[in-house]
Each structure stands twice: as structure tokens, then as C-alpha cells.
Ligand binder design. Structure first.
Ligand code: BTN
Length: 330
């Protein structure tokens, strides 16, 4: 969508009533026929627009796509999401966001796609990204902290997503599964993939990639064993623009506090209260080894506290956690 069409769309979204053609001409500095051309482009793009002689134009139906104009009315964050780059289809929003970050994109810029052809998950896995139903986005951050702190951001954004989901659907029993998943009823609802460019003492940028299964109505085997969506859990359809804005609204203040606080200490009680693994018997698989024990909490640096023998607690900084009573969860 070109800038002028987006401007006209924004103007109509922020006005519940009719906007006169004359006002659009004046505010946008274009002719009547140009306004009409942009209205036609918007209609072709899926927007319903009433046109009434003497009154002007009124937006009567949105597309529900997570485009900037549809996210903005829900956005209260000051920096996060103030610039949203939308693609109907792309390989991976993380790849695009990293390229934009290298070119100097500002902190808070979000890349979002309706679908991904090469969505990336952790450990080299793929993230299936069908169109029209879910959220796939990547937020660019420039925290400037030592790179050792960056993995904490995964847990921080997980808390923000959990808060957004709980606000939207209070009955949803969503749980945070260290280090990067949100699950509902034992199935994966959301995954986070953070990637960064850094030196030991300084992080140039972090791309926080988030995939949330929202309105997807079915998953093919074998995924149907381990994946779910908000729709499957609640029977309701949810607005992707509203959920994207909500995650950003919750994340920004947490991120600001994290920059000042130096660690995750301020959020540990919340994390542990919603942690799927708390007090559970787990096995943690790392690249070259695995370890088992009982989860006794999360450290202020984001490590899992694992009791491997009575009274002997080790700190685990990375890996895939499997509940020992429920080996199907991935
Ligand atoms: C995982 O659980 O393995 C992490 C999944 C992260 C998927 C998101 S979708 C948006 C962003 N772009 C990607 O290619 N991956 C992340």
C-alpha cells in the first residue's frame, strides 16, 4: 500500500463517522479524482467503504490483517510498533527484520507478515506459517547491553505475550514454558526466536521473532498432537491487529524496566507463577548432553534452577525442556 493510500485509510480508521471528500483533498493535498483512486485501491485491498453524496466516505469494514493502520488504533506503546512493515508473504520476518536492522531501522520497528514461506523456529526447525489466521512478527531492539544478557529477552517477551493473552482471554490457561514457548493445555500456542548481532560488550541489535497461533482451525498430523491455537482453545476468533498491539503495549514497559534493572529479578515472581515447569520433573536436552531433575524456579539471569539430586541445584542456561510425565510436549 502506498503512503497516500495508507494516510487516507488512517484518517478513516480514526473517524467513526463520514469524512468528507473535501476534507480528504485538503488534508492530503490531492484532487477529488485522486481521492477516489485511493478509495478504489482500498476497496480492492478488501476494505469496505461507504460513499454517500454530500457526506463523503466512511469505513465500514476492515481486513483484519496486521497492517500498521489497523494496529495503530490499539497501540499505546510509545516506540514499539510505531513503524510497522507489513508483507503479505515473505520467507521469514526475522530475516527481513535483521536486514532492516543492519540498514539502521529504529528500535521498535516491527516486521509482520500474513504468511511465511520459510518461517524459522529454534534448533533449525521450521515454523509453519499459513496465511490469514496467525501472527508472525519480528521486533527490532537495540538494547546496547552485553550480549550475555540478551537471552533474558526471550523470557521477558514471553511474560508480555502471556499478559496480552490473559487480558484478551482471561479463561485461557496459558503457561510459559522455559525458555521460549507459551502453551495451553499442554500444546504449543506461541514460540519466540531471538536473534542478535553483537560483540561481547555491546549488542548492536536483537530481533525478537514471535509466532502466535490465533485463528488456525486445524493442524495436520503430527503437529496436531503438539500445537494449538487461541481459536481451538476458546472457540472464538481474535483480532490479529489487536493482539499484536497488546503484546507490544505490554512488552515496552517490561523492556524499559529491564534496561534499568540489569536483570530479570523484577519479573521472576510473575514468571514462576505462570511457569509450566515449576516444581515439575523434567529432562533438559542440550546439543551434547541431557540432564534430569526437578525445576525449583528461574534465576534472575533467566536460567532454570534444576534440582538434580536432593539439595543439589544447578543452573541451566539453554536447552529443550521435556516434562518427564508428558514426553509428547515439544
Ligand atoms: C520456536 O518456538 O521454535 C520459535 C518460533 C518463532 C517463529 C516466529 S514467526 C515470526 C518470526 N519469523 C520467523 O521466521 N520466526 C519467528
Amino acid at each position: 500500500m502506498n503512503d497516500m493510500t495508507a494516510l487516507i485509510l488512517r484518517r478513516m480508521i480514526t473517524c467513526a463517522d463520514f469524512v468528507s471528500g473535501e476534507a480528504l483533498c485538503r488534508e492530503c493535498g490531492i484532487s477529488r479524482s485522486a481521492v477516489w483512486k485511493h478509495i478504489s485501491l482500498l476497496r480492492n485491498d478488501g476494505y469496505s467503504i461507504d460513499a454517500v453524496t454530500g457526506r463523503g466516505y466512511r469505513l465500514s469494514g476492515l481486513t483484519g490483517r496486521p497492517v500498521e493502520a489497523e494496529v495503530l488504533p490499539f497501540l499505546t506503546a510509545e516506540r514499539f510498533g510505531r513503524k510497522i512493515v507489513y508483507h503479505p508473504v515473505t520467507a521469514s520476518t526475522n530475516i527481513l527484520a535483521k536486514a532492516l536492522a543492519v540498514e539502521g531501522a529504529v528500535e521498535g520497528c516491527v516486521v509482520v507478515a500474513d504468511s511465511q514461506t520459510g518461517g524459522r523456529g529454534r534448533m533449525g526447525r521450521i515454523w509453519l506459517s499459513p496465511s490469514g489466521v496467525n501472527l508472525y512478527f519480528s521486533l527490532i531492539l537495540r538494547p546496547g547491553v552485553p550480549s550475555v544478557r540478551v537471552p533474558q529477552l526471550t523470557l521477558l517477551v514471553a511474560v508480555a505475550i502471556h499478559q496480552a493473552l490473559s487480558a484478551l482471554s482471561p479463561d485461557l490457561a496459558a503457561m510459559i514454558k522455559w525458555p521460549n514457548d507459551i502453551l495451553a493445555n499442554g500444546k504449543k500456542l506461541c514460540g519466540v526466536l531471538c536473534e542478535m548481532q553483537s560483540e561481547p560488550d555491546f549488542t548492536h541489535f536483537v530481533v525478537v521473532g514471535v509466532g502466535i497461533n490465533i485463528n488456525q482451525s486445524e493442524f495436520q498430523p503430527p503437529l496436531q498432537e503438539s500445537a494449538t491455537s487461541l481459536f481451538l482453545e476458546t472457540g472464538q476468533l481474535f483480532s490479529r491487529p489487536a493482539l499484536l498491539a497488546s503484546v507490544l503495549n505490554y512488552f515496552e514497559p517490561l523492556y524499559n524496566a529491564w534496561l534499568v534493572e540489569d536483570d530479570l529479578g523484577f519479573i521472576i515472581p510473575v514468571l514462576e507463577a505462570h511457569s509450566l515447569l515449576q516444581s515439575k520433573e523434567v529432562t533438559i536436552d542440550q546439543l551434547k548432553r541431557s540432564m534430569s531433575g526437578t525445576v525449583r524456579g528461574i534465576s534472575r539471569f533467566g536460567e532454570l534452577k534444576l534440582e538434580v539430586a536432593e539439595g543439589e541445584i544447578i543452573l541451566v542456561s539453554s536447552g529443550e525442556a521435556h516434562l518427564r510425565t508428558c514426553p509428547l510436549i515439544i
